[in-house]
Design a protein around this ligand. Structure first.
Ligand code: S6P
Ligand code: ZN
Length: 199
């Protein structure tokens, strides 16, 4: 009888905080100064510590960026905070390869997934430990931390998605998630207010 060797996996995640242990893991660090231009109120930003951590991301990239048919995996730790009433959030992006979709899921604390289609319709999904989100192709995505602690969420996306940050840097999303009377409210850039799930 031939015996087969059972190999250990090359990657592990901690099921508590979703941190990744892998040879291929890449770490990204974004301080407030790296992302400040995404916030509306720049005078509030000027009064804050530019070096404060906004978010960190661990990427597991088992294949080369751009490989068709491959998958990438990521864990984001988004810190709590606000710039002039606007929650700390990720830069947000479309995928350069527009048809490529993505999964996000909540791991720790409370968040809001802000989505915008190519016609600039914007909507929000609540994130919490166990929430699962399908982000279709051609939909820009960014996450805001609306809780008190570090928001942790996971992501999985095709390795040939690419990231188009330029469109968002240029035109932003059509709505912003602001804290109004202690609650998150989606405010369209034309100032109309839409209440976010009763929380
Ligand atoms: C990658 C995936 C996430 C984000 C991360 C940071 O497609 O959507 O891993 O890269 O959450 O957000 P952003 O918008 O700065 O890339
Ligand atoms: Zn993405």
């Amino acid at each position: 009888m031939k015996l087969f060797e059972i190999n250990p996996p090359i990657t592990e995640i901690d099921l508590g905080d979703y941190s990744i242990r892998s040879k291929e893991v890449v770490e990204q660090f974004r301080s407030l100064k790296d992302i400040h231009s995404i916030f509306k109120n720049q005078s509030s930003y000027e009064k804050m510590d530019p070096n404060q951590v906004a978010y960190t991301v661990q990427y597991w990239l088992p294949v080369k960026e751009g490989t068709e048919g491959g998958l990438f995996w990521g864990t984001t730790n988004l810190h709590p905070g606000k710039v002039g009433g606007e929650y700390f959030m990720t830069k947000g992006h479309f995928h350069s390869n527009a048809s490529r979709a993505e999964f996000y899921w909540g791991v720790q604390s409370k968040g809001a997934l802000i989505l915008m289609d190519e016609n600039r319709n914007t909507w929000v999904e609540e994130m919490y430990p166990g929430s699962l989100h399908y982000i279709p192709g051609s939909v820009a995505h960014r996450v805001a931390n609306i809780g008190d602690g570090i928001l942790i969420f996971g992501a999985c996306w095709p390795s040939d998605s690419g990231h188009d940050y330029a469109s968002i840097a240029e035109n932003g999303f059509s709505a912003r998630l602001m804290e109004v009377d202690g609650k998150p409210v989606l405010i369209k850039e034309d100032e109309q207010e839409t209440s976010f799930p009763s929380m």
